[in-house]
Design a protein around this ligand. Structure first.
Ligand SMILES: Nc1nc2c(ncn2[C@@H]2O[C@H](COP(=O)(O)OP(=O)(O)OP(=O)(O)O)[C@@H](O)[C@H]2O)c(=O)[nH]1
Length: 294
């Protein structure tokens, strides 16, 4: 039996649905999803295994013009997406007319790697709009194969996946077949907590937050975790904690429930909040959180 394996990188503007698609492929909630832009900060590797294939997916942060150091290093992850892929997925959404970064757009239209152009969220459109946008995008990226999809409804998702398998090179697997991701367990703890923070706090708070899981200790029946929520200012700390600790408690309870599902085990999660001034602009700290590869 012929075995195929390779790397698929998903790129596109913030909030178009890249994480949702990756999770639809994988069938697990690996990448956090919220309705705020810039949810994804890292490249996340997700692996879909079949008897005769292994698809290794990277979900990249949305394309943005960097305004501060964190964003600059996020864009480094995106650049690296062009270097190691066998298939590129370029995702746009209904209503989107152009890519903000022209240099980047050129890279896609000149790509030597096969490009699948996915027009996502078609569940939100009518037939007329769908036809109009399909034409616009096919003209803009003539080198790509075009698929209208709905990542949340699962429309056309299987066809895209089948096409990926066809395009992958003949190769043995790169990772053990029972592996789902290259990220350590602590990473998913951080992400689960960050998801709740994105959901429950407004404005600049989620963007000023980093989560670091300092302890992850697995016993027979329970996993004990301790995580610190870092903010940039004292005022933000107060907001995160909330009146009599109620806001923080809600984050903890909801994250714990998700983590219990994810790990299939009882979880004890201890959360605390710490002020860490300016972490987003500090090269050394960004490196420590795994952002900076320069
Ligand atoms: N209606 C509709 N909404 C969708 C679809 N796919 C994703 N969304 C929603 O779009 C929002 C953003 O989805 P994400 O998957 O986080 O987007 P992303 O491109 O990974 O975002 P960043 O990480 O910020 O780059 C979420 O609210 C999703 O539920 C779809 O097919 N239809």
């Amino acid at each position: 039996m012929m075995h195929k394996a390779g790397f698929v990188n998903i790129i596109g503007n913030p909030n178009v649905g890249k994480s949702t698609l990756m999770n639809a492929f994988i069938g697990e909630k690996l990448s956090i999803i919220t309705s705020k832009a810039q949810t994804t900060r890292h490249r996340i590797l997700g692996i879909v295994n079949g008897e005769d294939f292994q698809v290794i997916l990277s979900d990249t942060p949305g394309i943005i013009k960097p305004a501060y150091e964190l964003q600059a290093s996020m864009m480094d992850f995106v650049k690296s997406a062009f270097e190691d892929a066998d298939v590129l997925i370029y995702m746009v959404e209904i209503g989107e007319k152009e890519l903000k970064d022209e240099a980047f757009f050129k890279k896609i239209t000149n790509s030597k790697i096969p490009v699948l152009l996915l027009l996502n969220k078609i569940d939100k459109s009518n037939q007329e709009q769908l036809e109009e946008q399909s034409e616009i995008w096919q003209n803009k990226v003539p080198n790509a194969e075009f698929f209208p999809i709905s990542a949340t409804e699962g429309f056309n998702v299987q066809n895209v996946f089948n096409r990926i398998i066809e395009l992958l090179p003949k190769s043995p697997a790169f990772y053990p077949k029972d592996q789902l991701t290259d990220k350590p367990e602590r990473f998913f703890v951080n992400e689960a907590i960050r998801e709740k923070i994105l959901m429950h706090y407004k404005k600049e708070i989620p963007y000023a937050v980093e989560v670091d899981t300092e302890e992850f200790f697995e016993e027979d029946n329970i996993i004990r975790m301790r995580s610190v929520i870092m903010v940039e200012r004292e005022t933000q700390k107060g907001i995160i904690i909330g009146h009599k600790g109620s806001a923080l408690k809600r984050v903890g309870v909801e994250a714990r429930k998700d983590l219990e599902k994810f790990f299939g085990k009882q979880v004890h999660l201890e959360l605390y909040v710490k002020v860490n001034k300016n972490w987003r602009n500090d090269q050394r700290q960004l490196k420590r959180f795994g952002y900076n590869q320069r």
